[in-house]
Design a protein around this ligand. Structure first.
Ligand code: ASP
Length: 327
């Protein structure tokens, strides 16, 4: 009898030690949640985060606070969330940079495939090839001719290695066979400020930021990176139809939590993300910005995991072939 009680006590203690986690997961959330954005405020990722944070908070019965953690093409924010307490109060929204980082950064302080629990896919956002308003080229052909003739003078902004503006810029330079001087920023929010101010010449950026500037005529646009024209910009041709065959960049987004976050918690986050992305006001705003909300089954852990795995497999060889490394 004595032997059994000695065995039972540790088992009971172990079971009891689970209760705080189980009970906190069941009562989750009891305080505000940080939604970490890997780029500067005002940029396209920040726009998406601030659009879904309200409806997500409403669904969860708490406040979702957007926190911008910038640098290294989104890997600093991703590392922060990967190392955060897995309690559901620190989550990350990031784009396809999560899939290109393993090829770009040889010493990555996290692993996209093992450091996170997956909440779901968020949005697919096309990109636009822009110049400052007074740039001396009225269409893509004139842009390519001017860039080739003045390659040492033309500047191309991006948000750092791992940013989609960097990837789009790299693809553009490769497509026209000309390398330009690139100017890195902490996000395309500040890059756009300099484009509008005339301090930088070109920028490839997502429609979630650029549609208002294009509509107001505050920038010049040469094409969109989707394979078909965009509803919000019907008169803007695709880069593909103008001769840059196969030029396509569609920026997908995902929401992540640290590995070990309890399933009760991640399921509540997935439900809240789904409700936010099907909120009529969000659906309308995203349509106005030519961004697609994925099918509901993709707004799920498996939907994000499967897509991320495929994207890592797709972009790894492309980046290695381009010989681009961040470290
Ligand atoms: N999406 C980034 C931002 O919001 C920019 C980029 O990845 O190019 O700043």
């Amino acid at each position: 009898m004595k032997h059994r009680s000695r065995l039972l006590l540790p088992l009971a203690a172990a079971a009891l030690s689970l209760f705080p986690t189980l009970s906190s997961a069941q009562s989750y959330p009891t305080k505000p949640i940080a939604l970490v954005v890997p780029f500067a405020a005002g940029g396209p990722t920040d726009v998406v985060a601030r659009m879904i944070s309200g409806p997500m908070g409403k669904s969860l019965g708490t406040t979702v606070v957007v926190e911008n953690t910038v640098g290294a093409g989104g890997t600093i924010a991703s590392s922060r969330v990967a190392k955060a307490n897995p309690d559901g109060y620190t989550v990350l929204i990031h784009h396809m940079g999560m899939a290109t980082a393993p090829a770009l950064y040889r010493k990555l302080p996290f692993d996209p495939l093992t450091s996170f629990e997956y909440i779901g896919q968020a949005l697919d956002v096309p990109m636009t090839m822009l110049a400052r308003k007074d740039f001396p080229a009225e269409n893509l052909q004139q842009l390519i001719a001017h860039v080739k003739a003045n390659k040492d003078k033309v500047t191309l902004a991006n948000a750092g290695l791992g940013a989609v503006s960097h990837l789009c810029g790299m693809m553009f330079m490769s497509a026209i066979g000309t390398d330009l001087t690139t100017v890195p920023y902490k996000g395309t929010g500040p890059a756009m400020t300099d484009l509008l101010g005339g301090q930088v010449d070109l920028l490839c950026d997502q429609t979630t930021q650029t549609v208002p500037m294009i509509r107001d005529g505050r920038v010049k646009i040469y094409g969109v990176t989707s394979t078909t024209r965009l509803g919000a910009l019907p008169n803007v041709p695709t880069l593909d139809e103008q001769g840059l065959k196969g030029f396509e960049v569609k920026v997908w987004h995902g929401v992540y939590a640290p590995k070990g976050t309890p399933r009760d918690v991640t399921e509540k986050l997935t439900r809240a993300l789904r409700e936010a992305l099907t909120d009529p006001a969000v659906v309308k705003r995203m349509s106005d910005l030519s961004s697609d909300i994925p099918p509901v089954d993709k707004i799920s852990p498996d939907g994000l995991r499967t897509h991320l795995q495929a994207e890592i497999a797709k972009w790894g060889p492309v980046i290695k072939k381009a010989g681009v490394f961040a470290d």
